[in-house]
Design a protein around this ligand. Structure first.
Ligand code: PNS
Length: 162
């Protein structure tokens, strides 16, 4: 039996923390779908196409990872793709409340869907796409926090980080 999971998120942009989750997720699941949320409510720096492209370029050629988008409810997407596991990362205690709320709400909406949490790698426990964007927008150094494709994209958006 092939075990599959959906790793959903905004990925605005993909960070080394996300890539670490994907890498370690593949130690647990045979196949991952990285699902980029098309969220009308959330103002993203990068378009969905840009976010997809950055993930694809950062992952390289991996037959056991698919990159896709979804809009609307995550559980509807899960049902459409016939996947029953949502993979999410936990960095700090501060993530817990939001993640618990989402996991329980998703379970209420779709009891057949289970959320599987993995702790972020310790070098990424303080890393978030939001903080990366803030630092990059003010000219700070984000090399080592995001893959080269995202670093280049941030430099293009903000006219060059150091
Ligand atoms: O990377 P993020 O922003 O933490 O990812 C959050 C995401 C996209 C996984 C979450 O907002 C989501 O699932 N959005 C889809 C809409 C939905 O299903 N909302 C109800 C969840 S309880």
């Amino acid at each position: 039996m092939t075990t599959r999971a959906v790793y959903p998120g905004s990925f605005d942009p993909v960070t080394n923390g996300h890539l670490d989750m994907i890498e370690r997720g593949l130690n647990v699941f045979d196949h991952l779908i990285v699902a980029v949320a098309v969220n009308a409510d959330k103002r993203c720096l990068f378009t969905v196409e840009e976010r997809l492209d950055l993930i694809r370029r950062s992952l390289g050629d991996r037959p056991n990872v698919a990159v896709d988008t979804f809009s609307g409810l995550l559980i509807e997407y899960m049902r459409k793709r016939q996947v029953r596991v949502v993979l999410r990362g936990l960095r700090a205690i501060s993530d817990f409340e939001y993640e618990l709320q989402m996991a329980l709400m998703n379970r209420r909406l779709a009891p057949e869907v289970e959320t599987f949490f993995m702790m972020a790698g310790e070098s990424y426990s303080y890393l978030s796409a939001r903080i990366v964007k803030e630092i990059a927008s003010m000219g700070g150094e984000v090399q080592g926090l995001v893959p080269p494709a995202a670093l280049e994209a941030l430099r293009r958006k903000f006219g060059g980080t150091r």
